[in-house]
Design a protein around this ligand. Structure first.
Ligand SMILES: [Zn+2]
Length: 413
């Protein structure tokens, strides 16, 4: 089977279900069947247990087609049908659900100070996880070694029939999606590392190892399972040490020609402002990032920051400038991208409820028509967003061609 080929999947929002299931003009019967199997599996993976009629309504496929597709997926062990416990009197409506413990992925979040490895089942359940700390950063070789060690230890607790169907890794840097090549990860001090290949070698797997930027994956996760599932144009703004953006445009992640896109934190908002980590001056990050929040709260170091930030009149007053800068930056983004939703995540999700009034006041700088279409949401997945996003890209190959991918794994083992 082909190794290391990674296609970053379409962000799998529920809004796209119907479109995905349409038969493809010019496709062979087998291709249409594969596409429809993928649509049904993706739907149950993202939404959980569904009846045949709900699947039929969501995909636009007729009930007999849906029945045949479910039989195929059930024969492979990926899903099963059961009668809901709370069914009302009358003809029972079977419910299709993901089979527990049948397939899973290895999802990894490589952060500056630690690496987290999780086993995530179809349906998004995090079955097990482990963390190794590396406070002063670590080399790619050591991080890959730790990933193997943690994954092997977690896998030892799984039932024998469980099959690993993918590996997905989040990196705080710029990544070439097609082969998991890390172009640059400044905070890890990595440059030009074929990390996907390195991890595949360590794990001795023929599975593709998908690697992507952590902010992109958090945005993908919020869109797939979190606060913005019903939208197709979503901007996720994640504020922590830095401020990152994940842009989902027309249902797809947008990262630009070289993968450098979405760096909303480095948009200049105050040319006379503070120097930024990127070397620029007055970037948005210098006004709404962790350092700005700590400084506004009168803290001398981020270590003193207690989260969630207490909602007191004093904190509201202190954070007002941060809230205003946040609204000014958002207005720029809204004017350029006209998103349906902005999802606020990380430290900014702590700040926004305290500064909402002034932030929305500044947001009114945006063009009326674009402003009126906008909803602002707080992220739902919290600190799990990145690992869930990493799991979603790891499931991409299975969700593209469920039976073909399982057959390829069986052949390779
Ligand atoms: Zn900057």
């Amino acid at each position: 089977m082909p190794c290391h080929v990674v296609v970053l999947p379409q962000a799998a929002g529920h809004s796209a279900d119907h479109q995905m299931a349409r038969s493809l003009a010019g496709a062979t019967q087998d291709e249409v069947r594969q596409h429809n199997l993928a649509s049904v599996l993706r739907l149950v993976h993202l939404r959980g247990s569904l009846s045949r009629s709900e699947i039929s309504a969501a995909t636009g496929l007729n009930r007999s087609t849906v029945g045949a597709l479910i039989s195929n997926l059930a024969a492979s062990g990926l899903v099963f049908e059961h009668q809901p416990e709370d069914r009302t009197v009358g003809r029972p409506s079977h419910v299709v659900a993901i089979t527990d413990g049948r397939v899973y992925v290895i999802a990894v979040n490589v952060a500056v100070e630690r690496t987290e490895v999780a086993l995530v089942e179809m349906g998004g359940n995090i079955r097990a996880r482990a963390i190794v700390e590396h406070p002063d950063g670590d080399t790619p070789e050591n991080v890959a070694h730790n990933i193997k060690k943690l994954a092997r230890s977690l896998q030892s607790s799984l039932p024998k029939r469980a099959v690993c169907v993918g590996v997905g890794i989040a990196i705080p840097g710029v990544v070439r999606h097609v082969d998991g090549f890390v172009q640059v990860a400044p905070n890890l001090e990595w440059q030009g590392i074929a990390f996907g290949k390195l991890v595949a070698k360590k794990l001795k797997t023929s599975l593709s190892v998908a690697v992507a930027n952590d902010a992109d994956l958090a945005a993908l996760a919020e869109h797939a399972r979190g606060s913005s599932t019903e939208f197709t144009h979503v901007v996720t703004i994640r504020g922590d040490v830095g401020v990152g953006g994940g842009l989902i445009i027309d249902g797809r992640l947008m990262s630009g020609a070289g993968g450098y896109g979405g760096e909303v934190g480095h948009m200049t908002v105050d040319p006379a402002g503070l120097t930024c980590r990127c070397g620029g001056r007055g970037c948005w990050e210098t006004t709404v990032g962790e350092a700005a929040v700590c400084s506004a709260l009168g803290l001398s170091s981020p270590a003193e920051l207690v989260r969630p930030i207490a909602d007191t009149p004093e904190n509201r007053m202190r954070l007002e400038p941060v809230g205003r800068w946040f609204g000014i930056g958002l207005a720029n983004i809204v004017n350029i991208l006209n998103p349906e939703a902005v999802v606020v995540a990380g430290l900014l999700a702590d700040v926004f409820p305290l500064t909402q009034e002034v932030t929305l006041e500044e947001l009114d700088r945006a063009i009326d028509a674009a402003r009126e279409q906008l909803t602002v949401r707080i992220a739902k997945l919290g600190s799990n967003a990145v690992i869930i996003g990493a799991a979603e890209i790891a499931f991409a190959s299975l969700l593209e061609d469920p039976l073909g991918h399982l057959a390829a794994i069986a052949e390779a083992s």
